[in-house]
Write a protein that binds this ligand. Structure first.
Ligand code: ZN
Length: 321
């Protein structure tokens, strides 16, 4: 079959305005954003709060959640799967533009979310830093040594002692397991790959007001789910800016997803052997098969797509289950 005829599901992103958001999704990424303070681009999402629509081709106009229901063969036929993880499109890819700091938060694991959040899924997520200021930091982990220490620090609001900031730079990759205290700091743009879930416990919000009121905190749930002690800081951040060219470089493999970075220089070709493969072009431009793609494009290669041929000068973050 001619490469050009193979189905690629190009998606139109959904944008979210946030109190901490900026304008860079328009100024740097040339998306049409709803206005100032746009913090999130939901680039590949079937979540009810932001369900992406297919941009072109035979499925144009359909939402990703609709396709998951109606065309299960595109995604490897999980319609009869018993795992609750697969009763919906399981992943969510976002670009985040943090003009100011996000709240300090933590996500539950599947078991806790199932018991305490009406059967919801927990949330595991990971970040690829697209851009940040020199000497940027983000919050990953905490400094409490045991549960009593943790409880005291949170209840007494000893945030400077509690919060662990680690330095990051463009091209760093960070896996955020459930139970990990985390926060994106102002000035950071990143690509997030996560489980399709929205259960977040806010530990601390810098005493900020949103519409005149502080946003809700979830102190007890946070204390329940935070892992103590935290993983050592040096194990949390992985350099991924300069990986071997024209290869699929695995950044993480966990029970919920695998994520790869592909830096295309001379070209790479490999079989699409996953149930489906998500791709986000984060730099440069090139072609997939015969079709032009460029920075800011997000798409899904369905099950049975066949040989994936990438050419051009570009960087791609790919993910699958
Ligand atoms: Zn999070």
């Amino acid at each position: 079959m001619d490469q050009k005829e193979k189905t690629i599901l190009f998606l139109s992103p959904v944008f979210k305005q946030m109190i901490w958001g900026g304008e860079r999704l328009e100024t740097d990424w040339h998306y049409e954003i709803p206005g100032p303070g746009t913090g999130e681009c939901w680039a590949i999402s079937a979540h009810p709060n932001g369900d992406c629509v297919v941009r072109e081709g035979e499925y144009a106009g359909k939402t990703l959640s609709q396709l998951w229901e109606e065309e299960p063969a595109l995604f490897g036929n999980f319609e009869n799967a018993e795992s609750p993880k697969l009763d919906r499109f399981p992943l969510l890819t976002k670009i985040i533009d943090a003009k100011s700091d996000l709240s300090i938060q933590v996500h539950p694991d599947d078991a806790y979310a199932k018991a305490h959040e009406n059967g919801s899924l927990g949330k595991t997520e990971c970040w690829y830093i697209l851009d940040c200021a020199p000497n940027a930091t983000l919050v990953i982990g905490h400094n409490a040594k045991d549960k009593d220490d943790l409880t005291a620090m949170i209840k007494e609001g000893r945030w400077d002692e509690f919060i662990r900031e680690v330095p990051v730079k463009k091209g760093d990759f960070i896996q955020v397991d459930p139970g990990t205290v985390h926060a994106i700091k102002g000035g950071i743009m990143l690509l997030e790959t996560q489980q399709n879930s929205d259960i977040t416990y806010r530990v601390y919000d810098y005493d900020r007001l949103s519409d005149g009121k502080p946003r809700q905190l979830h102190v007890e749930q946070s204390i329940d789910v935070i892992t103590v002690p935290a993983r050592p800081a040096k194990d949390c951040v992985k350099e991924a800016a300069d990986l071997p060219k024209d290869e699929r470089n695995l950044l993480i493999s966990c029970p919920y997803y695998q994520v790869w970075k592909i830096d295309v220089e001379k070209g790479i070709s490999f079989p699409q052997d996953r149930p489906f493969l998500i791709m986000s072009v984060i730099a440069g431009e090139g072609k997939i098969g015969g079709q032009p793609i460029h920075r800011g494009d997000h798409f899904i290669l369905p099950c049975g797509y066949g040989e994936v041929a990438l050419q051009g000068q570009m960087e791609i973050i790919a993910a699958s289950i």
